[in-house]
Write a protein that binds this ligand. Structure first.
Ligand code: SF4
Ligand code: ZN
Ligand code: ZN
Length: 387
């Protein structure tokens, strides 16, 4: 059979017939980190693949075989199974399962059981062109929320060009008919440097420079356009990997802030929420396939220096050995966090930045407050060659 692999894109011939589980074993792949698509359909571990099948093995960026599975809700052939839930679903009921998880996250918020947002709130979804953020925008609009999108152009060559195209296409085809508006910020135009230029000029890791710029523009655009909540596509794998990093170094300040919903701490700051925290990367990728959402499968070429990737790999291996361990780790933390790391332990007084007016912690000395974004911009623009 012909097997298409991604990152890098290549095709190889594998002798068939065999089941999906056998194919992944031959390719030495961890089944929890990929989706298998045969002749355009998602297939589960026990599905038999013919000798002439055309198969795509798609990584989902995270860094049991038996008889073919049946849908938990209706008994039809399943397209996706989740060992964590010991369940499988057909396309229609898998979509329902994903919506239920998001509904639960929005209504119960976090360990405090507070609602993330209501139908009165105007949401801004940070969309990158990847599976999580597009699935999230789709889900929020389907659930009837008023949700706009924000795409930040990072200037990372062909990767950014393709991401922007995918986001614009989704916005026109899916979001606009349901009232969702796409906002865009181009980093080079708005702040004077792209992510690669900023990283080179400041000699700092690209993800650090990029993350600071993105967080800044997400909040600023939300404030300027009157949105109540900034919503991001962080999923269960992202949050579990961040938690592992925070626990390994016992970073109390970060642990106190690692919540699925964070209130605004000052004027010019909006609430932030992560409604996908109960869904794995495999589930959001499968959701996109089932709903026909085109997303950028390739990884950002600058991700190499990102330490979160190693933590994701470790958790993937643990999940392969004990399905459900990631969710137990994250949800167990969220249940306990309000007592162990009360919100008040993290209260920092925020004041307006002298440069841009956005919130920043009050400085300890008498200097005028200047936020991390403005300080980064000063450093980078000073170091960049004058055009
Ligand atoms: Fe930015 Fe790093 Fe993510 Fe690439 S991997 S988009 S550089 S944060
Ligand atoms: Zn079904
Ligand atoms: Zn500032």
């Amino acid at each position: 059979m012909e097997v298409r692999r991604r990152n890098p894109d290549r095709t190889e011939q594998v002798p068939g017939p065999c089941t999906v589980a056998e194919l992944l074993e031959r390719l030495d792949l961890n089944p929890t980190t990929v989706l298998v698509i045969a002749d355009g359909q998602l297939v589960t571990a026990g599905t038999e693949l013919g000798a002439d099948a055309s198969v795509e093995v798609r990584p989902v960026m995270s860094g049991g075989a038996g008889a073919p599975a049946r849908c938990h809700d209706c008994g039809a052939a399943a397209v996706h199974e989740e060992p964590r839930h010991r369940s499988a679903w057909c396309s229609e009921h898998f979509g329902d399962h994903v919506e239920r998880q998001v509904r639960h996250a929005i209504d119960r918020g976090d360990g405090d059981d507070r609602r993330m947002f209501s139908y009165d709130d105007h949401l801004l979804v940070a969309v990158s062109g990847g599976k999580d953020s597009l699935a999230l925008w789709d889900l929020l609009l389907r659930l009837g929320y008023r949700a706009d999108g924000l795409y930040v152009g990072l200037g990372i060559g062909g990767y950014s060009t393709r991401s922007q195209r995918v986001v614009e296409d989704f916005a026109a085809r899916v979001a606009a008919p349901r009232g969702g508006v796409l906002h865009q910020v181009d980093l080079e135009q708005e702040q004077g440097f792209s992510t690669p230029q900023g990283a080179a000029a400041s000699a700092r890791p690209a993800c650090g420079v990029c993350g600071l710029s993105k967080r800044y523009w997400f909040n600023r655009v939300a404030v300027e356009h009157g949105h109540d909540v900034l919503v991001t596509g962080h999923n269960l794998d992202d949050e579990a990997a961040v938690l592992l990093g925070n626990v390994l170094r016992w970073q109390d300040g970060f642990l106190a802030r690692q919540r699925p919903v964070l209130d605004a701490g000052a004027d010019n700051q909006v609430r932030r929420a992560k409604p996908l925290y109960r869904l794995s990367e495999r589930e959001t990728a499968a959701y996109c396939v089932v709903r026909g959402i085109d997303y950028v499968v390739e990884e950002c070429p600058l991700v190499d220096g990102n330490t979160g990737v190693a933590n994701k790999d470790l958790l993937d291996e643990l999940e392969r050995r004990s399905p459900g361990i990631k969710a137990q780790f994250l949800f167990g933390f969220l249940d306990r966090a309000p007592q162990l790391w009360p919100r008040s332990s993290d209260d920092v007084e925020l004041v307006a930045c002298h440069g841009c007016g956005m919130p920043t912690p009050r400085p300890r000395d008498e200097h005028p407050p200047r936020c991390a974004f403005c300080r980064q911009q000063d450093r980078v623009l000073d170091a960049l060659p004058v055009h």
